[in-house]
Design a protein around this ligand. Structure first.
Ligand code: DOR
Ligand code: ZN
Length: 339
């Protein structure tokens, strides 16, 4: 069977360009995106330098001009992603930034987060938050959940919209469900690794399984699937986070967190969400297309994909177009393939 659908949109990728081109650059990242069925990708700001000025945003947008995929730039919320001093959201927007995010770094100071919420609302830019306090030992679920709780309360109090990135636990999903019922303008995303895998794969995959926030329990993964099914989670993003072989070959404590995901996100979601009966095909597609498009205020386009929802394949290095190969999906059998 061949199904036609709008091309996918990833609101959360790390293309590492400028500064860490040995992990990925805008060309290799675009190739990974195309392979996965994406026509549009939002690049996070945690490059070197951090994209925190209008000048840097303008330079990025200019470089994005001649690529096979539409790339968009998220700009940092705080100077150098240090969580202290706000960047100039209006200027960043005028330069072409599509969203504000300090992703990779949490905004630990609640007063700064409150000001960021206000400023993003004033500028009319979507704010995407990495709600996780990395100082909590092991980055256990509480490290995420107390930040999600805080950010929901602050968003409600500021009467400002917030998009919470990569949520991973049953409690995070529950809090967002309640907040939505209460009328808070919150949207959120999860990533395929959080419903496909659990912390147990660490024994088999080693540092490849290291990611922030971390993989959780089966109970959490099931709750994430439930939250996708009932509409609590609006968007499936990749958090495509390339790291080199050498970096990922290090012992757990020293290896950087992150995994690539563009090539496998849609197929993994078909496998775990559609073929399991948790979501209909159109519900699943909307989490990769309409919902991201609405969050980013993008127009509809004619870009489309075709995929075979039933084709089975095993992910191998040949399927990876990224410069990096830190994928927990290597060797995993998936059902559903982008054509
Ligand atoms: O695992 C992660 N890797 N989480 C993040 O938030 C950042 C990302 C990265 O940039 O490597
Ligand atoms: Zn993040």
């Amino acid at each position: 069977m061949r199904v036609k659908a709008p091309a996918l949109i990833d609101i959360h990728s790390h293309f590492r360009d400028p500064g860490f081109e040995y992990k990925e650059d805008i060309l290799s990242g675009s190739a990974a995106a195309l392979a996965g069925g994406y026509a549009a990708v939002v690049c996070m700001a945690n490059t070197k330098p951090v994209i925190d000025t209008a000048e840097l945003v303008r330079a990025q947008v200019k470089r994005f001009g001649n690529l096979p995929v539409r790339l968009y730039q998220a700009a940092a919320a705080t100077v150098g992603q240090q969580g202290k001093e706000l960047t100039d959201f209006a200027a960043l927007k005028a330069a072409g930034a599509i969203a504000i995010s300090d992703d990779g770094q949490p905004i630990l100071d609640a007063k700064v987060m409150y000001d960021v919420l206000q400023a993003a609302k004033d500028a009319g830019l979507p704010l995407m938050t990495h709600s996780e306090d990395g100082r909590i030992p092991g980055r256990g679920s509480a490290a995420e959940e107390y930040m999600v709780a805080r950010d929901l309360m602050l968003a409600e109090y500021a009467d400002a919209p917030v998009h919470i990135q990569h949520i991973t636990t049953a409690k995070s999903a529950d809090m967002i469900r309640q907040a939505k019922r209460g009328g808070t303008a919150v949207t959120c995303e999860t990533c395929p690794h959080y419903f496909m895998f659990t912390e147990e794969i660490r024994a088999e995959k080693g540092s490849i399984a290291k990611v922030f926030p971390p993989l959780r329990t089966r109970r959490d993964a099931d709750a994430i699937i439930e939250a996708l099914a009932d509409g609590t989670i609006d968007i499936i993003a990749t958090d495509h986070a390339p790291h080199s072989r050498e970096e990922k070959a290090q012992a757990w404590e020293f290896a950087p967190g992150g995994m690539i995901g563009l090539e496998t996100a849609f197929a993994a979601s078909l496998t775990a969400l559609y073929h399991s009966g948790a979501l209909t095909l159109s519900e699943l597609i909307s989490k990769f297309t309409d919902n991201p498009r609405k969050l980013l205020n993008l127009p509809e386009t004619d870009d489309y994909i075709e995929f075979d929802p039933d084709e089975e394949w095993t992910v191998t290095e040949a399927d990876i177009k990224s410069k990096s190969a830190n994928s927990p999906f290597l060797g995993v059998r998936l059902r559903g393939k982008i054509m």
